[in-house]
Design a protein around this ligand. Structure first.
Ligand code: UDP
Ligand code: MG
Length: 368
């Protein structure tokens, strides 16, 4: 890993945009960690994290969001929460996905600044202190950028490069390559992000969309401490498609462009057929070309229909306005923030409990 001071200088020198006025230290730093079957990593991650958090020099809390793990993660997290009241745990009723878990963490984090990081030590806690320094200089978003990926094969690297290439072109030019969800967000950024309650979520796109002052902090990404990646190729493709479809109608427009190009080609071919029949006087049976054209055009038509269908399905899902996640248990956390609309929290809400006044009246009536 680069020397921390040198790295910070490098970044500060490379940041072209001016940040807002400097801030004093965050009074409370929240760390949000989504967890899906990470039993082998949780204690290691917590240990590494806590030894770095001591150096940051402010109050801290950790919010673990257990995204419906089926291994021992839930039991381990309950034990950790019982031993330390600064560890909040949210247990989802089932697996709602990484992006929903991050959303819940942001909803329940109380910090002046919030860092999102993975549970597998691929996001090294050693750079937290640098992130906080940049936050103190006034940046609302401090994004960690992977300058190398250790333990990842050529295929993963190639698909990751393709992913960022597409994201920059189809989602938002402000999306920085090799920046994942490991980032620090100021309270202002968190409050802004809580306003987004869309079903198909791509947090990186939402952060870029906000357009807040962003600093980039390079780091070397180590391999997973234990276990396997939960992002299979299928999940990566699904996330990429969610990102593209929720930020851009470009694919629909591309299908229009393809339709126009193919129709023109078809019209050209029709003119040629006419010329061959009327001028050259020889009509070739042309079975092969007919079949070819038939296949091509029906393929393109079906593709365009499928694209439209996908967008319609997404509109349908948004209109249903279902909750983004269901929390079945909360440990060490108070009531959910009022911002956690679009979520189900199966614990008594303060608002639903009888107020002191109502309680007094009931007990006075009973004693009469
Ligand atoms: N994760 C999650 N829900 C999921 C998949 C993953 O909460 O459905 C968590 C996982 O436990 C980890 C983080 O999201 O803390 C990133 O996942 P992973 O490390 O598998 O992704 P990769 O780093 O390989 O891209
Ligand atoms: Mg990982």
């Amino acid at each position: 890993m680069l020397e921390s001071a040198a790295r910070l200088n490098l970044i500060l020198a490379s940041i072209s945009v001016g940040a807002r006025e400097g801030r004093c230290e965050p009074m409370l730093l929240s760390i949000v960690i989504p967890v899906y079957n990470e039993a082998g990593n949780l204690r290691l991650t917590l240990q590494a994290l806590q030894s770095e958090l001591c150096k940051v020099g402010c109050d801290t809390e950790i919010v673990f969001v257990n995204d419906g793990s089926t291994d021992e993660s839930q039991g381990i997290l309950s034990g950790l929460a019982a031993a330390d009241s600064t560890i909040k745990v949210l247990n989802f009723s089932r697996n709602f996905g990484h992006q929903a878990a991050i959303t819940a963490g942001l909803d329940f984090a109380s910090g002046d600044a919030v860092v999102i990081m993975d549970a597998d030590l691929q996001d090294p806690p050693e750079i937290l202190a640098d992130m906080v320094k940049l936050y103190q200089q006034g940046f609302d978003v401090v994004s960690a950028q992977r300058v190398s990926r250790e333990g990842e094969g050529l295929f993963k690297r190639l698909t990751a490069s393709a992913f960022y290439w597409i994201m920059q072109r189809a989602v938002d030019r402000r999306i920085v390559p090799e920046v994942g969800d490991f980032r620090l967000l100021s309270r202002a950024a968190v409050l802004a992000l809580r306003r987004f309650r869309e079903q198909h979520r791509f947090m990186r796109g939402l952060v870029a969309w906000l357009g807040l002052k962003e600093a980039i902090l390079p780091f070397r990404r180590p391999p997973r401490a234990a276990g396997e990646t939960k992002y299979t190729l299928f999940k990566m493709i699904r996330l990429a498609w969610t990102a593209v479809a929720s930020f851009s109608a470009l694919p629909l427009r591309l299908s229009i462009a393809a339709g126009v190009a193919l129709s023109l080609a078809g019209f050209g071919y029709f003119l040629f057929a006419l010329y061959a029949a009327l001028v050259l006087g020889r009509v070739v049976p042309g079975w092969t070309s007919l079949v070819f054209l038939q296949c091509l055009f029906s393929g393109v038509t079906l593709l365009a229909l499928g694209l439209i269908g996908d967008y319609v399905a997404r509109i349908y899902e948004e209109i249903k306005n279902r909750p983004l996640y269901v929390v079945s248990e909360i440990l060490n956390a108070g009531q959910p923030t009022p911002a956690a609309v679009g979520a189900v929290v199966l614990t008594p809400r303060q608002a639903e409990l009888p107020t002191d006044e109502v309680r007094r009246r009931i007990s006075a009536k009973n004693n009469r």
